[in-house]
Design a protein around this ligand. Structure first.
Ligand code: FAD
Length: 489
């Protein structure tokens, strides 16, 4: 039995701790905050409950798998249901669209509301399945930093299909060539933001992202997104994992290029295996200052961050669903503002999530809990106080225009997050939501590995390393890291 120390209890850190405990090792998790979950946490204001970060749950089997691995029934810990309605879309000219759980129904809605050829849309959605299969087997489930991955049968299948995977064109070009209505193009382009990237730069390979929602499903956990954290935390405890909250790790201790322990304000802890769930940039700069820094990776462009408003509303709107998007009329300019000018546009795209639509206990009777996310550039010292204030006014005006009434009159409780606060609370470099951006052909595929032989016994997990950000990929990072650990053992 080995002693394993994990820095951080984000979803990736929890998953890695569970996997190590399932392999029979003694695990201790050190967390700077007083609670587990990192970005996947919750809070309450005046009777309204808010999930602080993620609101969309996809690939739930990756959570279930952790319980099964521990010989537990996932349903004893955690439950969820598939949303019959995926997302409601609003455009300024009052075009409306609702995407649904069945791809055929979604294609029908897109044909009816946006004038597309129904079969073309349906074929496009179904076609994502095969591309996803090729990419996920190669990229999402394996280390890209081992020769065995590149020489495998699956990899050869991938090479054979390279022309079809869209590595040499952008997501936007793919959609523009496929659909006639710019609104349909915008609808599918939006999925680049699911990993904090720009559809006008990100390779068309990432057009597989909507496959998760349309062909596998958008899910809602009973008790809200926080129940993912709570159930994994409970499972980890049941497996004997020990947690040290309010205990920030200051150093990962190394001897002869080998991680041997960690240090906090309370002292030094020796370990046989270590894992960092902290963003890679502060991990290297703060925890490993004496090690050679992978400068190129650390300097890569960050994914987008966000300004998030948590608004308690004293009214309910039938026009709104669990997930809603109010599109900008200047979509390309919006991404230029985010990634080139590092600011926000006057007319930003607004994402509104209302968990009380499906979990009424999340708001007082007659009210709704509005979680509003506007993509923002990663923090580079912008005047966030001013940007938050301006964005708040623009969001109120935009949603008021769509709903035909002044929504500010219904706002009874509020809080917000901006890139500075995200960085303070989770150590994410620049407050980036998904680590590095995937704004070029290689970025998505060349993230920091889950293990480097340059620092033996140290594993890397979470949204800033391979395979990327978002709950499913963070869970995959823990799976790949534990596989690498077993191969190294
Ligand atoms: P993190 O959540 O980044 O947590 C890292 C943990 O490490 C933190 O708890 C931190 O306190 C701790 N830590 C850091 N440094 C130290 C140290 N030195 N010592 C001890 N502890 C330390 N994903 C989706 O799948 N769907 C969504 O809808 C979605 N929406 C999002 C919306 C927002 C507003 C945000 C912020 C993120 C969203 N994401 C979404 C992304 C998703 O939340 C993240 O990719 C994922 O939760 C990151 O998990 P992680 O394992 O990288 O750890």
């Amino acid at each position: 039995m080995k002693q394993a120390g994990v820095v951080g209890s984000g979803v990736g850190g929890l998953a890695f701790a569970i996997r190590m405990a399932c392999l029979g090792h003694q695990v201790q998790v050190f967390e700077a905050n007083s609670f587990p979950g990192g970005k996947l946490s919750e809070f309450q204001i005046k009777g309204f409950r808010f999930d602080a970060g993620p609101s969309l749950f996809t690939l739930p089997h990756l959570v279930d798998e952790l319980f099964t691995l521990a010989n537990k029934d996932p349903r004893d810990y955690f439950n969820y249901s598939r949303l019959p309605e995926v997302c409601r879309y609003f455009w300024e000219d009052h075009t409306r669209l609702c995407t649904l759980e069945n791809p055929a129904d979604t294609a029908h809605e897109i044909a009816k509301n946006l004038g597309e050829n129904e079969k073309n849309v349906h074929d496009f959605i179904l076609g994502l399945q095969e591309k996803y299969q090729i990419i996920s087997e190669l990229f999402l489930e394996n280390s890209l930093h081992q020769a065995s991955t590149w020489l495998s049968k699956k990899a050869w299948k991938g090479y054979w299909n390279i022309p079809r995977l869209g590595m040499f064109s952008t997501m936007h070009q793919l959609h523009k060539n496929r659909f006639k209505n710019p609104k349909t193009v915008q609808l599918f382009d939006r999925y680049a933001t699911y990993n904090g990237s720009d559809p006008y730069q990100t390779p068309a390979t990432l057009s597989i992202i909507p496959h998760l929602e349309y062909n596998i499903g958008a899910f809602f956990p009973q008790g809200g997104m926080i129940s993912i954290t709570q159930s994994l935390y409970q499972l980890a405890q049941d497996l004997g994992v020990q947690f040290h909250f309010n205990e920030k790790v200051n150093r990962i201790l190394c001897e002869n290029n080998q991680a041997v322990g960690l240090e906090t304000a309370k002292g030094k802890y020796p370990f046989d295996i270590l894992a960092s769930n902290m963003d890679i940039r502060p991990s290297y700069q703060q925890l490993l200052p004496d090690q050679i820094q992978p400068q190129r990776l650390l300097q890569q462009e960050k994914s987008s961050s966000g300004i998030i408003f948590y608004w308690g509303m004293n009214k309910q709107w039938d026009e709104l669903g669990v997930h809603n998007i109010f599109f900008s009329e200047q979509y390309q300019e919006e991404f230029k503002a985010l990634f080139a000018d590092k600011t926000l546009l006057d007319d930003p795209t607004v994402y509104l999530h209302i968990s009380s639509k499906i979990a009424p206990v999340d708001a007082p009777p007659g009210g709704e809990n509005w979680f509003i996310l506007i993509n923002a550039p990663a923090n580079q010292g912008q005047n966030w106080d001013e940007l938050v204030q301006l964005t708040r006014e623009r969001v109120i005006q935009k949603i008021s225009r769509a709903l035909g009434e002044d929504i500010s009159l219904c706002l009874v409780a509020e809080d917000y997050l901006d890139p500075r606060r995200i960085e303070e609370r989770t150590s994410s470099s620049g407050g980036a939501l998904y680590g590095n951006a995937s704004n070029n052909r290689f970025a998505a595929f060349l993230r920091h590995p889950n293990y480097r032989s340059a620092i033996k016994n140290l594993y890397w997990i979470g949204g800033s390393v391979h395979p990327g950000g978002g709950i499913p990929l963070c869970l995959s990072s823990a799976k790949i890291a534990s596989k690498l650990f077993q191969e190294n053992a």
